[in-house]
Design a protein around this ligand. Structure first.
Ligand SMILES: Nc1ncnc2c1ncn2[C@@H]1O[C@H](COP(=O)(O)OP(=O)(O)OP(=O)(O)O)[C@@H](O)[C@H]1O
Ligand SMILES: [Mg+2]
Length: 335
C-alpha cells in the first residue's frame, strides 16, 4: 500500500458563478499527488489556471467561484476543515508566496507587524523573539539589514525586496507545504539563486513539500522533481523533471520547450507556439490545444483526450505515442 501523500488533488475543478450568467469553468479536472520533501512545478502560459489551482489548496479563491472534486492534506478534505483545525492548517501546515506581494501585504502596517504576526498570534512568541528569528532568515534570502527593514512600510520597498519579505513570511512558520506562485519572477538572477537555495535547503532539512508555480519551464525542470504542464485550466502532461526534455509527449510541452530563450544562435528568432492561449471556457468538445497544434487531426477536434498514465508520467493527447519522436518537426498548425 502506498503512503498517504501530503497533498492530493483529485479531479479538482473551479467554476465561476456570476449572477444571471451560465457557470463558467476556470479550472478543470486537475489531479496530482505531492509527497513530503517533493517539489512539483506547475507550468503553463498566462491564464492556464496555475494560480487558481494553488489558491484552492488554501481556500483563497474569489468569492464568486465554486470548487468540485477535492484537495486533501494528509487525507483530510481541505474544504471541510473548520475552526481550530482550519487555523492550524493555514498558520502552521500550509503557506503561500503570492504572485503579487503588494496586493497581499497591508500597506498601513510595517513589515515587522506583517512578518511577526503569525509567530506572535499562532506560535506563542513575543515580538522581540519573533524578530530575532526573522532577521537571520531575511539575511539568508538577501535582506542583510533586517532590523531596519522591519520598521519600514511596504511602499518604501522595491518590488524585489517586498517579494523577499513575502518569501520570509511564508517560510518563517516552518510550514510542511509551500505554495510558491512565481516566487522569484520579480527578482534578479543572483537573488533568485539565493532564494532557490533556501527553498532547496528547507526541502532537504525539513521535508518541505513545494508546489512551484511558474511560467518558466526551464526553472521548473531545474528546481523541481516533477513538472505538470497546464493548458486551458487543465493538466495536459506530467513527468519527472529530469526526463521532460527527452520524454515529453504532448505537442504543447514540446512547443514550450522549443520556445525557451537561449536555445538558438545569437540573433536567431525563437520558435513560438502560434495563436493565443485558450481559457477553459473557450474550449469545446475536442482537445483544448487542437487549434494551435501542428499535429491535430479530426479526432482531436471532436473528442477530448483524457490524461492517461504512461511509463513515467501522464499525457492527454490522442497522438502522443505515435508522435513521440516527431514532435520537433512541423512548426505551423495543421489546417
Ligand atoms: N477572480 C476571477 N474572476 C474571473 N475569472 C478569473 C478570476 N481569477 C482568474 N480568472 C480566470 O481564470 C483563469 C485562470 O487564471 P489564473 O490566474 O489561475 O492563471 P495563471 O495560470 O496563474 O496565469 P498567470 O501566469 O498570468 O498568473 C484565467 O482565464 C483567468 O482570466
Ligand atoms: Mg498566476
Amino acid at each position: 500500500m502506498t503512503a498517504t501523500p501530503l497533498l492530493r488533488l483529485d479531479h479538482l475543478g473551479i467554476d465561476l458563478h456570476r449572477r444571471r450568467r451560465e457557470p463558467r469553468p476556470l479550472v478543470l479536472d486537475v489531479s496530482f499527488d505531492l509527497a513530503p520533501g517533493e517539489a512539483l512545478g506547475l507550468v503553463g502560459e498566462s491564464g492556464s489556471g496555475k494560480s487558481l489551482t494553488s489558491r484552492a489548496v488554501i481556500r483563497l479563491l474569489p468569492k464568486d467561484t465554486r470548487t468540485h472534486g477535492t484537495a486533501e492534506f494528509e487525507g483530510e478534505n481541505v474544504q471541510a476543515l473548520q475552526g481550530e483545525r482550519l487555523t492550524r492548517y493555514l498558520s502552521r501546515e500550509a503557506a503561500m508566496i503570492f504572485q503579487n506581494p503588494r496586493a497581499h501585504i497591508n500597506p498601513v502596517h510595517t513589515l515587522g507587524d506583517f512578518l511577526t504576526e503569525p509567530l506572535v498570534c499562532h506560535h506563542g512568541l513575543t515580538r522581540p523573539q519573533a524578530e530575532e528569528r526573522l532577521v537571520p532568515l531575511l539575511a539568508q534570502i538577501g535582506v542583510p539589514d533586517g532590523p531596519r527593514r522591519l520598521c519600514q512600510y511596504p511602499h518604501q520597498l522595491s518590488g524585489g525586496l517586498l517579494q523577499r519579505m513575502m518569501i520570509a513570511s511564508a517560510l518563517i512558520t516552518e510550514p510542511r507545504l509551500l505554495l510558491a506562485d512565481e516566487p522569484t519572477t520579480a527578482l534578479d538572477v543572483t537573488t533568485q539563486q539565493d532564494v532557490m537555495a533556501v527553498l532547496d535547503e528547507q526541502r532537504r532539512e525539513r521535508e518541505l513539500a513545494m508546489l512551484f508555480v511558474t511560467h518558466d519551464l526551464e526553472l521548473a525542470t531545474a528546481t523541481c522533481d516533477r513538472v505538470a504542464v497546464m493548458y486551458a485550466g487543465t493538466i495536459v502532461e506530467q513527468r519527472p523533471a529530469a526526463g521532460l526534455h527527452t520524454g515529453r509527449r504532448h505537442p504543447y510541452t514540446a512547443g514550450l520547450l522549443a520556445a525557451r530563450p537561449g536555445l538558438g544562435e545569437p540573433g536567431e528568432r525563437l520558435p513560438v507556439i502560434p495563436g493565443r492561449p485558450a481559457a477553459a471556457h473557450e474550449t469545446g468538445e475536442g482537445c483544448p490545444f487542437a487549434a494551435r497544434c501542428a499535429f491535430a487531426e479530426d479526432r482531436c477536434r471532436l473528442e477530448r483526450p483524457v490524461l492517461r498514465p504512461d511509463e513515467d508520467g501522464a499525457v492527454a493527447c490522442h497522438r502522443a505515442h505515435e508522435l513521440a519522436g516527431d514532435l520537433d518537426r512541423p512548426k505551423e498548425p495543421a489546417s
